[in-house]
Design a protein around this ligand. Structure first.
Ligand code: ATP
Length: 533
């Protein structure tokens, strides 16, 4: 049967309109994709920033902190999986709601049977996808967690490579690494399997739907299936119109299928970011920046430090390590805290610095209780000379200045001298140190921490954790001399096992002394210090 020329013209006109609408839609799609990409990027950046802030706010003493490798993996790698989900999924969801209904509304007035075919094949798809989706998200979560574990494991073992070699544990570690890698492979395959399965099912259903409409329209135009329309038979233009719309009916569902995997991976990545964002134990006052210094450093007396019934237990510890300590350190006083290893000296210093919040009691500095509100201001007055200072890859000078613009080369030189590092600085001038202080001895690392403190002239409360550890007697004596010189006009609290350093302080607090005694009687006579250690 020859087609009517009028029908051909109408069909061509419909096809031209269809083409034009397609071009218009492609332009809108491109514009929308760009817009939603930018919105998603902004949202992801905000989530990443929140996770980084939470990591910075977290107490360094909390052993539940996420492992460094895992945190790096989530922030740098896994978080990217949320981008396609955030960018595409909301738009696809909207398209899912509007487009199939609009197409049904356009097809139904022409042919109720074509509309019925589309309607019958569509609902099965979301039901199946929902079923697959739950499994997909679980699989993606397990996959991302495994990826974080592998990264954390690798970083940890790479840091301790020398120890593993020394203890002949390389083979055991290789075996463990192979096991973790194998688990990751299994999890990756599980995610891929679900992704392939979901798109295969969707393709099948949509192909069947489109094929059925095509068969119906074809046979209808040939006159073999004359039913299914409201009045007379479909014209060629109407038939083409229905035929061209059928794939578009399934298009949002197809988009949904590609986005389904993104959705599972994206939700798992967002979950991982959220987990990073919830630090279980925080620094007092978080990592809020110090208030800006107004003009020249204020001439003020150094602060008094008062501990009032201070109590603290480490996370998951059975008993408190600091249990009701009362102590008063006068302005400008130099105090040594002594006690056996594990008696809580470092923890006490960390509590004074607000690196971890006390369970009860108070730390009062210069008459101000250390709390979230006062911490940034009070911390600006403190210098911390820790037991395990982090040394960054870079020169000795860069490690002292740490990018602080007010610490120039002369200030760095003076600080290195104050920490008895001038000779090393002369030898190593301009040469970079390795990662984590490779190239420095243990004692030199500690002295570097002291140089950092000396390069912060605004600080008038110094907290030093075993500054003479790892040093030979002569260097320890010289460092003690320079520490005392540097601490003039400052309040200094030192945790130490070094009787010589302790003997140069104004007072010694012995944490091993009987707890029932009032604070000031915890002070032991200087002559007894040697015995106390
Ligand atoms: N981050 C932590 N999480 C859990 N427990 C910890 C943590 N840090 C220290 N501890 C435990 O708290 C106790 C006190 O530790 P702390 O480091 O304060 O002792 P210390 O007197 O400074 O010891 P040392 O003289 O050996 O340096 C120890 O039993 C230690 O195992």
């Amino acid at each position: 049967m020859a087609a009517d020329p009028g029908d051909v013209a109408a069909g061509l006109l419909a096809a031209a309109c269809f083409l034009l609408a397609g071009v218009l839609r492609a332009a809108c799609d491109a514009w929308g994709a760009r817009l939603s990409f930018q919105v998603a990027r902004r949202r992801l950046s905000a989530l990443r920033a929140a996770a980084v802030d939470a990591l910075a706010d977290g107490s360094p003493l909390d052993k539940r902190r996420p492992a460094a490798g895992q945190a790096a993996s989530v922030l740098a790698e896994q978080a990217d999986a949320a981008q396609p989900y955030l960018a595409r999924y909301p738009a696809i969801q909207l398209k899912m709601l509007v487009m199939p209904l609009a197409i049904l509304a356009a097809v139904a007035p022409l042919s109720w049977i074509a509309a019925l075919v589309l309607l019958a094949s569509a609902p099965l798809i979301p039901v199946f996808m929902a079923l697959v989706g739950w499994r997909a998200q679980r699989a993606s979560q397990a996959h991302l967690a495994e990826m974080g574990t592998l990264n954390a494991f690798l970083l940890d073992r790479l840091r301790g490579l020398a120890t593993l070699r020394a203890l002949d544990a390389v083979d055991a570690t290789t075996g463990r690494l192979a096991y973790v890698a194998q688990t990751l492979r299994t999890r990756t395959m599980a995610v891929l399997r679900i992704a392939f399965l979901s798109s295969a099912v969707l393709e099948l259903f949509s192909a069947i739907g489109v094929a059925m409409v095509a068969v119906y329209v074809g046979f209808h135009l040939l006159g073999t299936l004359p039913f299914g329309t409201w009045g007379g038979p479909l014209t060629l233009g109407q038939g083409l119109f229905v035929l061209l719309l059928a794939p578009s009916f399934f298009e949002p569902l197809r988009d949904l299928s590609t986005a389904w995997h993104d959705r599972a991976a994206g939700r798992a990545a967002l979950e991982a970011l959220r987990a990073l964002s919830s630090a279980p134990s925080k620094l007092v006052g978080g990592a809020a920046p110090f208030p800006p210094a107004s003009g020249a450093p204020a001439r003020r007396p150094p602060p008094a430090v008062e501990l009032v019934q201070l109590r603290f237990a480490h996370a998951e510890a059975a008993s408190p390590v600091v249990d009701g300590i009362d102590l008063r350190v006068a302005p400008g006083e130099r105090v040594a805290i002594m006690g056996p290893s594990g008696s809580g000296k470092s923890t006490l210093l960390a509590l004074i610095a607000g690196l971890v919040p006390a369970r009860s009691g108070a730390v009062v500095i210069d008459g101000v209780a250390l709390d979230d509100h006062s911490a940034p201001r009070l911390r600006a007055r403190m210098a911390w000379i820790g037991q395990k200072p982090h040394v960054f890859a870079g020169t000795l000078g860069a490690n002292v200045a740490l990018g602080r613009p007010d610490v120039d080369a002369r200030a760095v030189g003076r600080a290195l001298e104050a920490a008895t590092l001038e000779q090393l600085a002369g030898r190593e001038a301009g040469r970079p140190l390795g990662e984590s202080g490779t190239g420095l001895s243990g004692g030199e690392c500690l002295r570097l921490a002291m140089a950092r403190a000396a390069a912060a002239p605004g600080t008038d409360l110094w907290l030093a954790d075993e500054p003479t550890a790892h040093l030979d007697a002569a260097t320890a004596r010289e460092l003690t001399r320079r520490l005392l010189a540097q601490s003039a006009g400052r309040t200094l609290i030192v945790a130490t096992h070094d009787p010589e350093l302790a003997s140069r302080m104004d007072r010694v607090i012995d944490l091993a002394a009987p707890r029932a005694a009032p604070a000031d009687t915890e002070t032991v006579p200087l002559a007894a210090v040697g015995a106390a250690s």
